[in-house]
Ligand binder design. Structure first.
Ligand SMILES: C[S@@+](CC[C@H](N)C(=O)[O-])C[C@H]1O[C@@H](n2cnc3c(N)ncnc32)[C@H](O)[C@@H]1O
Length: 213
């Protein structure tokens, strides 16, 4: 499905190198904002790569489902989970083929999944939001459009990057808990390394309005 850059062969080749391309530690925004997630929840990790975020969440007691389309990444996620003695419900599939169901997850976590163009992003965001139970929490970390100034990670395609306005308006059924645009030096393996322009978002899915008497 990836129309712009980052096709499967490229990801397979990157993940076939020794070691963990984005490291084994969780993303810093996820680590810092995990207290906003529903604790020990049923949690979906989108395009989870080599499992650094899903394994960390599973170690914190979450029941984690994760998917990624690159077989070498999923194999490494499996190894990392085994090493930390946690279970992951792992799926090797393109996002479009994931078994999206409505209102099944307490948390949906997406860290650096900017392989989608605006049209597909709207579909993916909508599937992620629909997968949340009412009261569930969405956490997203991505690169801001200013990331094009830096050569430190990300798709390098302007329209795939985020702005504050995009994140504020993409999830009308969620209430924003945290939305920040910031610059930070990050060290996530060799894949994301150096000064970066970032966006962090946490939103809570609104509960249905009570029936009128
Ligand atoms: C920048 S990496 C981030 C991986 C992981 N979320 C992390 O933070 O370590 C982007 C991930 O998206 C995956 N990916 C790219 N296109 C995809 C697609 N069409 N469907 C599912 N996963 C995809 C890649 O295999 C890669 O693991």
């Amino acid at each position: 499905m990836a129309k712009f850059g980052n096709p499967l062969e490229r990801w397979n080749s990157r993940f076939s190198q020794n070691g963990y391309l984005f490291g084994e530690e969780p993303n810093a925004y996820l680590r810092q904002h995990a207290p906003l997630l529903i604790g020990k929840g049923k949690t979906l990790c989108v395009a989870d790569g080599e499992g650094r975020n899903s394994v960390w969440l599973a170690r914190a007691g979450h029941t984690v489902t994760a998917f990624d389309f690159a077989p070498p990444a999923v194999a490494k996620a499996r190894q990392l989970a085994r090493r930390h003695q946690v279970h992951l419900d792992l799926h090797c599939c393109d996002w479009i083929n994931f078994d999206w169901r409505e209102q099944v997850f307490d948390n949906v976590v997406g860290v650096f999944f900017q392989f989608v163009d605006p049209q597909d992003r709207a579909i993916l965001f909508s599937k992620m939001s629909s997968a949340l139970k009412p009261g569930g929490v969405m956490l997203i970390q991505g690169y801001h459009t200013d990331q094009l100034e830096f050569n430190t990670g990300g798709p390098g395609v302007l329209e795939n990057l985020y702005t504050e306005e995009l994140m504020r308006t993409s999830f009308p059924e969620l209430s924003v808990q945290d939305l920040r645009v910031y610059r930070q030096e990050i060290q996530e393996g060799t894949g994301h390394c150096g000064m970066s322009a970032l966006v962090g978002y946490v939103g809570v899915k609104d509960l249905p309005a009570p029936d009128k008497p």
